[in-house]
Design a protein around this ligand. Sequence first.
Ligand SMILES: *Cc1c(COP(=O)(O)O)cnc(C)c1O
Length: 366
Amino acid sequence: MIPFLNLKGINAQYRAELIEACTRVIDSGWYIQGNEHKEFEKEFAKYCGTKHAIGVANGLDALILILRAYKKLGVINNGDEVIVPSNTYIASILAISQNDLVPVLVEPDINTYLIDPTKIEANITSKTKAILPVHLYGQTCKMDKINEIAQKYHLKVIEDSAQSHGAYFGNKRSGNLGDASGFSFYPGKNLGALGDGGAVTTNDDELAQAVRALGNYGSHKKYENLYKGINSRLDEIQAAMMRVKLKYLDDETRKRREVATYYLENIINKNIILPTITCKDHHVWHLFVIRTQKRGELQRYLADNGIQTLIHYPIPPHKQVAYREWNSESYPISEQIHDEVLSLPISGVQSLDDSKLIVKILNDYK
Ligand SMILES: *Cc1c(COP(=O)(O)O)cnc(C)c1O
C-alpha cells in the first residue's frame, strides 16, 4: 500500500537530531517559553522575512489571536465583516466566528482553487475590515491584487499560511505578504511538529505585542494583565523539534516539487484535471489535488490498486451543520470543487518508484 502521507518516514530522517533536541529540553529543566522557543521564533521570522514570529499553540489559535488583537487595538469591532474563501478548511472561518465577526464567503477561481480577487470588491460593505486569503494546497493567492483592494478600502490582510510554509509570491514568502499571518505546525503540514503548534508572523510591532500578550493570559508583564487573554503557547519541546525541521524545510519542499513535476509531466488521462500553477516558485505542494467527475469510482480504483488518497475537503463550510444558517446558500464553484477534488500521495520521502506506479495506475484508468 502506498500511504497518503508517511509521517513516520518523514520524521525518521531527522531521528537522531530530534532525540538530541528533545534531550536538550528535558535536561534544561525549562519547559514553557524558554530558550528553544525564543530561538525558534527568531529563526522562523528570519525564514519568513518578517520582523516578528510569535509561537502559539496551533494554527487555529494563530488566526483567532490575530483577529482578537486587531479588536483590542480598536481596528476591528464586534459584528464587522471579514472576507474569506468559500472553499477553505473550516479553521479559517472558525477564527472569524469565534471573534464575533461575520465571515463573508467569496468564491474561488475554479482553476487555482484560490480566492478569486475579481469577486472580492462586490462583497465589500461599510462593515468590511479584513480579507483573509488562504494559500490553499500550498500555492500563494494573487496577493498583488488582494493588497491593492485592501489598500483602496483600508482593510487588513490576514494570510492563512497553514498550508504554505516557504511559498513565495514574487520575492516575498508566505507570512510576509499581508499585515499578519497565521501558521499551523500540525504534524501533517509542510513544517510539522510532533504534536500541535502554530505561529503568527507580522511586521507590525503593536500587533505582535498584542498577540503575544493575548496568548499568555493577556499578560504583557508577569502578573499584570492588559487583556482577558487565553493560554495559547508553543511548547518548548515542540519549538525544539521545529528548530530541527525548519533547517530541512527547503530541502523537503524541493523534493515535493520533484514529485509534483513528475505527476504534472506524466499523468495523462482525459478523466483527470491536473492542478493549475500560477508560478513554479509559488507552490510548495502541501497537497497535490486533481479533479475528476468520477471521484468516488477513481478513489475506489486507486485503493483497490494499493494507493491511498484523501479528499480536501468533502463538505464545503457553508454545508456544515455548524454553519446551518448558511446551509441553503449556494456557492456553486466551491461545491463543484468539493465534489470533484482528490489528493494524491505526495511528500519529501516518496520514492520515484512509488510516483511511477501511481502515474501508471492513474493512466490505466478508463
Ligand atoms: C491546518 C489548517 C488550519 C488549522 O491549523 P491547526 O494547527 O490544525 O489548528 C487552518 N487553516 C488551514 C487552511 C489549515 O489547513
